[in-house]
Design a protein around this ligand. Structure first.
Ligand code: FES
Length: 110
């Protein structure tokens, strides 16, 4: 299926090492910006107990869940270390300062 790119704002709308939430129907997606201005999009739902990853701390290409400190890869959505689970991730395209998401997940949650 072709990508369905949706403009969700600009890089400047997202704080460095923070995130901004966007809605896709009932689904909440957290769009993260790293310290070196890379952008990633993950479902705003920790694979542990659905904690809001958008409220987590961004570091080293990962986000730490605010509820019980699981560390989730921004690139793959995979829990790191001994924890097991994955959050859905979405492809991101940057044009100038504009951020587009493809709302078909690359990695589905499990
Ligand atoms: S809900 Fe994220 S670590 Fe528990």
């Amino acid at each position: 299926m072709d990508a369905a790119w949706v403009l969700v704002g600009t890089i400047d709308d997202i704080p460095r090492q923070g995130s901004r939430r966007v809605h896709n129907g009932a689904m909440r997606i957290a769009v993260f910006r790293t310290a070196d201005d890379r952008i990633f999009a993950l479902e705003d739902k920790c694979p542990h107990k659905n904690g809001p990853l958008s409220a987590g701390i961004v570091h080293d290409g990962c986000v730490t869940c605010p509820l019980h400190n699981w560390v989730i890869s921004l690139e793959t959505g995979e829990a790191q270390g001994a924890d097991e689970g994955r959050t859905s991730t979405f492809p991101v395209r940057i044009e100038g300062r504009n951020v587009y998401l493809d709302l078909m997940p690359t990695h589905a949650a499990r």
